[in-house]
Write a protein that binds this ligand. Structure first.
Ligand code: ZN
Length: 198
């Protein structure tokens, strides 16, 4: 039933396609947008286009950025001898919030999963290998403690160890099966401190 006309229905449908947004929330958001002042609605629409057009992968760590290098890679006070490998930009943000880690990151944008047909070539592993140089002394594998995250960590460690790099895995203070993004900061700090060489 077309209660509101095509424009409103179209907007509702777009919101309903977003993750975690059900039909009722989609309607609420669509009506919120319709009631926005025109300037605000334009800025909102433009921010979606800008994000889509301007955002790219950092040339070094594959983080999302508007520039060639992300803020972390272009910060000279970061310790470039340590690289922490994480699955997503949100995991990186979680470690940044602990304030404990001063090294660089590498964002894989996923984890290997035979079940979902995601192989090593589908995530940013070759980009990691390409940036390994003499400056890098340690790679910390901080993929999620899930079956996929563990398999990815083991795969990467097998590639890196012959290159003479210290490879470590975060400690299991992070509960098995959990998503790093949602683990509290103290647990993450402890997991990082308690990392062991593999
Ligand atoms: Zn970067």
């Amino acid at each position: 039933m077309n209660y509101y006309g095509n424009s409103v229905n179209n907007l509702i449908q777009h919101f309903a396609r977003l993750p975690g947004i059900g039909g009722k929330s989609a309607q609420r958001l669509a009506f919120h947008v319709i009631n926005m002042p025109e300037d605000e609605a334009k800025a909102f629409a433009q921010s979606i286009l800008n994000a889509k057009q301007e955002v790219r992968f950092c040339a070094k760590c594959c983080n999302l950025t508007d520039n060639e290098l992300c803020d972390i890679c272009s910060n000279p006070s970061r310790d470039s001898s340590t690289v922490m490998v994480v699955e997503s930009p949100r995991d990186m943000a979680a470690y940044e919030k602990t304030g404990e880690y001063k090294g660089l990151y590498h964002i894989l944008h996923g984890a290997m999963s035979p079940m979902r047909d995601i192989g090593p070539e589908d995530i940013k592993i070759k980009e990691l290998l390409a940036r390994i140089n003499d400056d890098i002394k340690e790679v910390i594998l901080a993929t999620n403690p899930t079956v996929e995250g563990e398999a990815t960590a083991v795969y990467i460690s097998r590639l890196l160890k012959p290159m003479g790099i210290v490879v470590s895995r975060i400690a299991h203070g992070v509960p098995m099966g959990s998503d790093i993004e949602f683990v509290d900061q103290i647990t993450l700090s402890r997991a990082l401190e308690g990392r062991r060489q593999i």
